[in-house]
Design a binder for this molecule. Structure first.
Ligand SMILES: Nc1ncnc2c1ncn2[C@@H]1O[C@H](COP(=O)(O)OP(=O)(O)OP(=O)(O)O)[C@@H](O)[C@H]1O
Ligand SMILES: [Mg+2]
Length: 263
């Protein structure tokens, strides 16, 4: 057995600092963030608005560089988006290509791969659309779909790339409450099936507790990880029963206290 593989943290953020601008206009978004993500886990990151959650996730994805500190994915320094890490953006509306059909939007994630034919990309695209319940909408355009459906397209597109790590930046914040619950179930089902590593950024404490194994709580700017909790809630999770468990309520309470500065 390769011992190095066992000892090396899967995704590791060390001493991450990020500043924007300079002089008196300088903003220190991330103070000094330390965070390790284990392979296959579902980690949620919560923090107040503007604390640097999206910035942190972009740095983890190799889409932005930290001012200081390092990101390592399976031991290797991340300086550009690594193969295997897929980032799901906060605003689905902006991330779908309006001139491509739904199926072609999903195919976009895989069609550039060496040896991938157009027919094979379309086949894969349709399979993932079926998984998110959108088989019938493959030939429509994104703007012909509701917000929740468009978000399901972006989830299908992210999964079609067969990521090892899926980074989700508030992917449920712009849909209505019921659609959000449905998308939660969908993501949990897909995560259970494919066992990618999931890192979800959200300001919704309920959502974090409901979905995750572990929750990292960020402070306000310049943000740091102020607390990491194991949810220890049983799976599969149920949208009603799980939320009524005493453990759910006490986690929610503890995190909200922390975010409200009462801890
Ligand atoms: N490209 C940029 N240039 C300058 N400042 C930036 C840039 N990106 C982010 N910031 C600043 O960094 C801080 C963190 O922004 P970020 O978007 O990461 O926060 P967030 O926690 O994701 O916020 P929200 O909860 O509203 O999504 C904010 O003060 C923001 O103004
Ligand atoms: Mg954000």
């Amino acid at each position: 057995m390769d011992m190095r593989a066992v000892d090396t943290p899967y995704l590791q953020l060390t001493g991450i600092r990020k500043t924007f601008g300079s002089g008196d206009r300088q903003v220190v978004a991330l103070g000094r963030v330390e965070l390790t993500v284990a392979e296959g886990e579902f980690l949620a990151i919560v923090g107040p608005s503007g604390c640097g959650k999206s910035t942190l996730l972009q740095i983890a994805a190799g889409l932005a560089l930290p001012s200081e500190g390092t990101v390592r994915f399976r031991g290797a320094p991340v300086t550009a988006p690594p193969e295997g890490i897929v980032y799901l953006f906060q605003q689905y509306g902006k991330s779908l290509l309006p001139w491509r059909t739904v199926a072609d939007n999903v195919a976009f994630a895989i069609e550039h791969r060496p040896g991938m034919t157009r027919a094979a990309a379309r086949e894969t695209s349709r399979r993932y659309l079926a998984m998110v319940g959108l088989a019938e909408f493959a030939d429509r355009y994104p703007w012909q779909l509701s917000g929740g459906m468009q978000q399901r397209v972006t989830i299908a597109r992210a999964l079609a790339a067969e990521p090892r790590v899926l980074l989700l930046d508030e992917p449920f914040s712009s849909v209505d409450a019921l659609t959000r619950l449905e998308l939660h179930q969908l993501v949990l089902e897909l995560w259970d099936k494919h066992r990618f590593t999931a890192v979800l950024v959200t300001h919704d404490v309920d959502e974090a507790v409901y979905l995750a194994d572990r929750i990292a709580v960020l402070s306000a700017r310049p943000s740091e990880v102020v607390q990491v909790l194991d949810t220890e809630l049983p799976r599969p999770r149920d949208p009603l029963a799980t939320r009524e468990l005493p453990r759910f309520l006490s986690l929610r309470h503890a995190i909200l206290q922390r975010l409200l500065g009462r801890a």
